[in-house]
Design a protein around this ligand. Structure first.
Ligand SMILES: Cc1cc2nc3c(=O)[nH]c(=O)nc-3n(C[C@H](O)[C@H](O)[C@H](O)COP(=O)(O)O)c2cc1C
Length: 227
C-alpha cells in the first residue's frame, strides 16, 4: 500500500492489457472505497456495471447498431473486464445534475486509481456511441441514467510500459482571482457593490480609518494641553 500522493503520481492508463482481471470479490472492496468520494447530500448518484466474457460481444453489437455498421465492433474485446460507469440522477432541488455527474465521474477516477495501485491495467474509454439509445438499452439504463464510458481493465503486460503524459506545470494551473477594483477610485456618492470590494481593500480601509482616528486624538490632546 502506497500513500495517495505516490499512487496518483504513479498511475498511468494502460491501453493494452492481458486477459487476467480482478474477481467480483476483489472489485467489491475497491468499489466500496471509491464510493467515499465527496457527494453532495449523499445521493450516491452512480452505479457500475461489470461486463465480462460474452457481455462484451453484446456491447460490440450495440455499438454496431448505434453506428449503423454491419459487423459488431471488436473494441470491447480489448480487455477482459469492462466497467460501465453510470450516472444515476436522483431527484433533488439542491443538487443539480452536473453535481451528480461530478460524483459519478469522481467514483470512476478513484476506482481507476485503486485498480492501478492494486496492480491492474486500466484505461477509461468512451466513443461517439456512448450515449446512444442502442448502447443505453443494452446496459438496461433507466430514464434518469447516462453512461460516462467504460473502464477497460486487465493485467499489466510484463515488460510493457504504459504511455507517459507530460507532467502538469502546477503554476500554470493554480490561479488567483483577478485584482479587485480599487475602492478608492469610487466616485463620491457612488457605492461599490460589496462583492467587488476585496478583503485586502477592506483591511486597508480599516487601517487608514484607525490611523486617522489616532491622529485626530493626538491633535485633540495637543490642543487641550495648549489651553
Ligand atoms: C471521460 C473520459 C473518456 C476518455 N475516452 C477515451 C477514449 O475513448 N479513448 C482513449 O484513448 N482515451 C480516452 N480517455 C483518456 C484515457 O483514459 C487516458 O487518460 C489517456 O490515454 C492518458 O493517459 P494517462 O491517463 O496515463 O495520462 C478518456 C478519459 C476520460 C476521463
Amino acid at each position: 500500500m502506497t500513500g495517495a500522493l505516490e499512487a496518483v503520481r504513479a498511475r498511468r492508463s494502460w491501453s493494452k492489457v492481458t486477459e487476467t482481471a480482478p474477481t467480483r470479490a476483489e472489485l467489491l472492496v475497491l468499489v466500496s472505497a471509491a464510493g467515499r468520494v465527496a457527494d453532495h447530500s449523499s445521493l450516491r448518484p452512480w452505479r457500475l456495471i461489470e461486463l465480462r466474457g460474452d457481455d462484451r460481444a453484446r456491447l460490440g453489437a450495440a455499438i454496431a447498431e448505434a453506428q449503423g455498421d454491419d459487423e459488431p465492433s471488436a473494441k470491447p474485446l480489448r480487455a477482459p473486464l469492462l466497467i460501465a460507469v453510470v450516472a444515476s440522477y436522483r431527484p433533488s432541488e439542491k443538487v443539480p445534475r452536473w453535481e451528480q455527474e461530478a460524483v459519478a465521474s469522481g467514483v470512476a477516477h478513484v476506482l481507476s486509481l485503486l485498480l492501478d495501485e492494486a496492480g491492474w491495467g486500466v484505461i477509461w474509454r468512451t466513443g461517439g456511441y456512448t450515449r446512444s439509445q442502442a448502447v443505453a438499452r443494452m446496459h438496461g439504463l433507466g430514464e434518469d441514467e447516462e453512461l460516462l464510458g467504460w473502464l477497460y481493465v486487465g493485467g499489466k503486460p510484463a515488460g510493457a510500459r504504459p504511455g507517459r503524459r507530460k507532467i502538469v506545470d502546477a503554476r500554470t494551473k493554480l490561479h488567483r482571482l483577478p485584482a479587485a477594483a480599487d475602492p478608492a477610485s469610487t466616485e463620491p456618492g457612488e457605492e461599490k457593490p460589496a462583492a467587488t470590494v476585496g478583503k485586502k481593500a477592506k483591511k486597508k480601509a480599516r487601517k487608514r480609518a484607525k490611523k486617522a482616528e489616532k491622529k485626530a486624538r493626538k491633535a485633540e490632546r495637543k490642543a487641550r494641553a495648549q489651553d
